[in-house]
Design a protein around this ligand. Structure first.
Ligand SMILES: Cc1cc2nc3c(=O)[nH]c(=O)nc-3n(C[C@H](O)[C@H](O)[C@H](O)COP(=O)(O)OP(=O)(O)OC[C@H]3O[C@@H](n4cnc5c(N)ncnc54)[C@H](O)[C@@H]3O)c2cc1C
Length: 408
């Protein structure tokens, strides 16, 4: 069979564009489509972690991000349910290597990635995929409506679903399911004029929304990205209206003063995060899934951009190998799943255990209280965030005994 392309990537977010950019290095014939036209908004906290910066650096895109409107952040402020607050630098102690991240509106960040991809591969914006071409159970192309309203279809050796939480690729394959225990819903709103913003992202563990959190992330131009996320299963059980909880958080005694003169820009939006606390099917005959379409969001931090980019890079390597041959079966594409879980599996497992621990207020209070009192506990958290110390320690009961009996 002759194909229009080696690879068709559905979705031009961080997963799809990263996959396109790495795959282009292998000289593959690629089509990248997105139903939106860039720049476009994506509901997100806009926090770009150090792990994402590794890929941006490799792709030569860090200078573009540095030139764009963003805020460079060097630390995180945590507050415990009891109100104790600590600030922990991203750079661990005893190192010359500075660790940092950025907060950059996705309208800006994704535009940088999409424009870079556009320089390397064929792209179609405003192309909404609504069907897959399937023969004998194998996917071999996409169908949809282009920006002029014309129906079109294209064939490829492998179709990559990088089309986010409500992935049409996942749906059309009958793989879409909603599991309340592994699904977070979060709000996001932009404000101007929130007081006392610093070069730190802020994560506040508020009693009523555990194991979720309320965040305030500083942005360019006096803006802040503010939101609140919570597990759907808890939301349902406690009958919480997330929009009301968001407003209540900004009006609570703890934050009231800071939001007093702040202006809400636009509306409070809500969207979904498929947590990687559950392993979902990520490949099959003629297709693979990346990023949110594969359900790879970190179950503790809610960070999804870096894992989306990881999956894109891993996929590119596998596609380069597979597209040289004539077989595009699930068995052949199993390499993608193997490499993906080998790289992300252990981290996702630890994060899930941390999420379970984070449900217990006394433990959160204990860690933050001790960190407020002891520099060495703050250094240890820094080292864990930088990946220098193992985060597994936070899931061990011995750690909490040690903290409990730390001399006062
Ligand atoms: C409220 C909220 C806050 C978050 N905060 C953070 C954070 O601060 N940091 C972080 O790292 N992560 C955060 N995340 C998670 C992060 O947003 C996602 O994990 C990340 O965007 C996943 O990237 P992706 O490329 O897989 O999917 P997406 O970014 O969702 O991109 C999917 C693309 O596919 C396109 N598409 C969809 N359907 C079709 C179709 N039928 N045809 C063609 N194209 C289609 C869409 O237009 C979109 O461009 C947050 C998520 C939410 C909801």
């Amino acid at each position: 069979m002759r194909y229009d392309y080696d690879v068709i990537i559905v979705g031009g977010g961080p997963a799809g564009t990263t996959c396109a950019l790495y795959a282009a290095r292998y000289d593959l014939n690629i089509l990248l489509v997105d139903k939106k036209t860039f720049p476009r908004d994506k509901i997100c906290g806009d926090a770009i972690s150090g792990k994402s910066l590794v890929y941006l650096r490799e792709l030569g895109l860090l200078p573009r991000l540095e030139r764009a409107p963003q805020i460079r952040v060097d630390s995180v402020i945590f507050s415990a349910p009891n109100g104790t607050q600590i600030r922990v630098p991203f750079t661990p102690p005893n190192t010359n290597r500075k660790s940092y991240g950025y907060v950059c509106r996705r309208e800006v960040f994704d535009h940088i990635l999409f424009q870079a991809a556009k320089e390397k591969v064929e792209t179609r914006e405003g192309f909404a995929v609504d069907d897959l071409l399937v023969e004998n159970g194998r996917v071999y192309g996409i169908a949809g409506v282009d920006a002029r309203g014309q129906r079109q279809q294209f064939t490829a050796k492998v179709v990559v679903g990088a089309d986010g939480y409500s992935s049409i690729v996942r749906r059309k394959l009958g793989l879409y399911e909603i599991d309340s225990r592994h699904w977070v819903i979060a709000t996001r709103a932009y404000y101007r004029g929130v007081k006392n913003l610093t070069d730190a992202i802020e994560i506040h563990f508020v009693k009523d929304i555990l194991p979720g959190y309320f965040w305030i992330f500083p942005l360019d131009n006096g803006l802040a990205n503010v939101g609140l996320g919570m597990l759907h299963s808890k939301l349902k059980k406690r009958k919480i209206n997330l929009r009301k909880a968001h407003i209540a958080a900004t009006e609570s005694p703890y934050f009231r003063e800071r939001f007093q003169d702040a202006e809400l820009i636009g509306d409070i939006h809500g969207w979904n995060l498929p947590m990687g606390s559950k392993r979902r099917t990520v490949h099959g005959d003629g297709f693979i899934l990346l990023g949110d379409a594969a359900g790879l969001v970190d179950p503790f931090s809610g960070e999804g951009i870096s894992n989306a980019m990881s999956s894109g890079k891993i996929a590119a390597g596998v596609l380069a190998e597979v597209c040289r041959g004539e077989e595009f079966s699930a068995a052949r594409l199993q390499t993608y799943a193997d490499r993906l879980w080998a790289e992300l599996g252990p981290e996702l497992k630890t994060s899930y255990r941390l999420q379970l621990v984070g449900r217990f207020q006394p433990l959160l209070n204990l860690v933050v209280d001790r960190a407020a009192a002891y520099q060495e506990v703050r250094d240890w958290i820094s080292a864990m965030m930088a990946g220098v110390a193992s985060r597994d320690e936070l899931t061990s009961i011995r750690t909490y005994f040690r903290l409990l009996f730390q001399p006062g």
